[in-house]
Design a protein around this ligand. Sequence first.
Ligand SMILES: Nc1ncnc2c1ncn2[C@@H]1O[C@H](COP(=O)(O)OP(=O)(O)OP(=O)(O)O)[C@@H](O)[C@H]1O
Ligand SMILES: [Mg+2]
Length: 202
Amino acid sequence: MKPIISVINNKGGTAKTTTVINTGEALSRLGKRVLIIDMDNQCNATDILQDGIGRPLVKSLYDVLDPRRSNESTDIESCIYPTVKEGLHFIPNIPDSAILGPRIVLGGEPALFLLRERVRNYALNNFDFTFIDCPPNVDVFVISAMIASDLVIVPTMAGSKFSLNGLVKTKAFIDDIGNRYNSDLKFLKLLITMVRQPYINL
Ligand SMILES: Nc1ncnc2c1ncn2[C@@H]1O[C@H](COP(=O)(O)OP(=O)(O)OP(=O)(O)O)[C@@H](O)[C@H]1O
Ligand SMILES: [Mg+2]
């Protein structure tokens, strides 16, 4: 199996991007070919991965996900860039891709499958692992990522009631999307990335 893995949590700052970058880089050091898709228009993963690559980012997730394009006119290969780490590649994001959210909503359910239709086969044929770094919410970008994925990892902070509440909602969300759109989707791991020092009983 060459899994496509969405890294999600609707809570912000739980180390989704850190998990994607570090796990991806560690796997590339083991000789694996890894693709990271930056699905978050905060572009944090892009900022890190573009460092030192020595060429401008001309194409991005915008070109991959635009519902106004046809599947045939989407050249996925031209949207993938190598990083300075051997074997580690990425699809960058740009802040303007925020406009694609409403376009995907207006495109209805078929538009939610664009990432799967345009990226999945290429990723399975060319990479050992694909990680999708998701934004901290449950919007159409996250739904699109989960429809394109085999597995979901949820990085979370331990020791916080707020995190636990968010986790319960996130798990229900994964089940809903799996049941409705992608019956192969599996919840792989809850990943504790930080432990909150309690100062009040929350
Ligand atoms: N294990 C850790 N211990 C301490 N700090 C961490 C750890 N992992 C990540 N951080 C820091 O926490 C901050 C948030 O991490 P990160 O950006 O990966 O979270 P995120 O879930 O992707 O955030 P967002 O929801 O905004 O996308 C960063 O400053 C990161 O360096
Ligand atoms: Mg992030």
